[in-house]
Write a protein that binds this ligand. Structure first.
Ligand code: C5P
Length: 400
């Protein structure tokens, strides 16, 4: 952590008293720390304590005494933004882009990874509104430190304690350690569903949200890679500066973008749920309701993965995906060989919480030598980390 620039943003919770210890630990590790506080945080711990420990003035407002504390500059300066404690109120504001304090202004401007350590009472933490905000923030690529279980300021016992300062520092330390292990590498990720037009208003699609592929793209980007994300119709917003997103709609468009970008990709991850068939003819006008039945003739779409598998040069690496409902391992290992993948990530629809539209996933990784790794049910951000770690293990020792 030596020389890392960390912004510690403190919001108004009783756990704010732990911020003093956190600043101390960051400074001891050699980091440069800039503290921001919301006005209510200053009721719990004084700016003087935190400015003394961080050896820098603490900012509590965007505009203070006729001076503008540039949130944009701060956002660009930082290598990491740590929001600890993060109250229910601040999570709600950040999740909705409400920009009414220096903390939320810097959050919206920051291009660096963001870490949140929530702290609140157990019922506030469990409330569906808070959980929805957490999910949304995770979907934007932010990292959450798990809340602890134990006695809370209210006297109640449950989940909602802020992670201990030592845990927060250890998490960041681990994050920075392999932070840039993919720097200089070009990655291509395909993600999301495809829509195959029937007529100008209708299409054949599927339930893929794109969450898994976007999480993988973000994980590579955070670890220093240049990522081209070929994304089918998905509601997700991707904001990392290392990610160049190419939006496509149909399997044909995804095929063309993938083939074009494959040449310079050291590693390709094909997580898109590509339609296998499309209407043979796309009607120019909206199809009118006529008889009792209607038959649509379908034709095959290009198999992107198989085509890239054929184009693969020595030194290029391809990760494929398989979503199976039956004979999972058998089907996945056949696809691994047929499409010339280096390994395949299998998710089964039989596992609760895995697959389309969930925020969690449970995967098995199968290698060409039949080596197999089974993982627990985890958030898609954690699964992305496991997949990228697996690529790192296989690829980073090889010479390109
Ligand atoms: O054959 P199946 O669709 O199950 O194979 C899944 C894998 O192949 C995934 O990696 C998926 O992204 C890829 N695929 C593709 N183009 C297709 C169909 C699947 O790239 N037309």
């Amino acid at each position: 952590m030596v020389g890392k620039k960390i912004i510690l943003a403190v919001t108004g919770s009783i756990a704010a008293y732990k911020a003093a210890h956190l600043v101390r630990l960051f400074v001891k590790k050699g980091a440069e720390v800039q503290v921001l506080m919301t006005p209510s945080a200053t009721e719990f711990i004084t700016p003087l304590t935190l400015s003394t420990l961080s050896k820098k003035p603490v900012f509590t407002q965007v505009i203070a005494e006729h001076e503008w504390n540039s949130h944009v500059e701060l956002g660009l300066w930082a290598d990491a933004l740590v929001i600890a404690p993060a109250t229910a109120n601040s999570l709600a504001k950040l999740a909705n882009g409400i920009c009414d304090s220096i903390v939320s202004a810097v959050y919206l401007s920051a291009r660096c990874p963001v870490f949140l350590a929530p702290a609140m009472d157990l019922d506030m933490w469990k409330h569906p509104a808070t959980q929805a905000n957490v999910q949304r923030l995770q979907g934007y690529g932010n990292h959450f430190l798990p809340v602890g279980y134990g006695e809370l300021a209210s006297g109640l016992v449950g989940e909602g304690r802020m992670a201990e300062p030592e845990e927060i520092v250890a998490y960041l330390d681990a994050f920075f350690q392999h932070e840039q292990d993919f720097s200089g590498k070009n990655i291509m990720v395909t993600a999301g569903p495809t829509y195959e037009a029937i007529d100008p208003v209708r299409f054949i699609g599927n339930r893929s949200s794109g969450k898994m592929g976007v999480a993988i793209a973000e994980q590579f980007a955070e670890r220093g890679a240049k990522v081209t994300l070929v994304l089918g119709p998905s509601k997700l917003a991707v904001k990392h500066p290392n990610i160049n997103t190419i939006k496509v709609e149909s399997a044909q468009q995804m095929y063309e973008a993938a083939v074009q970008n494959f040449e310079q990709a050291d590693i390709s991850v094909l997580s898109a749920a590509v339609a296998d068939y499309r209407p043979a003819v796309v009607a120019e006008q909206k199809i009118k309701k006529k008889g009792e039945n209607m038959t649509l003739e379908l034709e095959k779409t290009p198999d992107i993965a198989a085509s890239l598998g054929k184009m693969k040069r020595p030194g290029q690496f391809i990760v494929g995906f398989a979503l199976e409902t039956n004979d999972e391992l058998q089907n996945a290992s056949e696809k691994l060989a047929k499409k010339n993948f280096d390994f395949i990530v299998l998710n089964s629809l039989q596992d609760a919480g895995a697959g389309f539209n969930f925020d969690t996933n449970k995967i098995t990784i199968l290698h060409r030598d039949n080596m197999r790794k089974d993982f627990e049910l985890k958030t898609k951000a954690e699964v992305a980390r496991d997949i990228v770690d697996e690529v790192a293990e296989k690829v980073l020792s090889l010479k390109f």
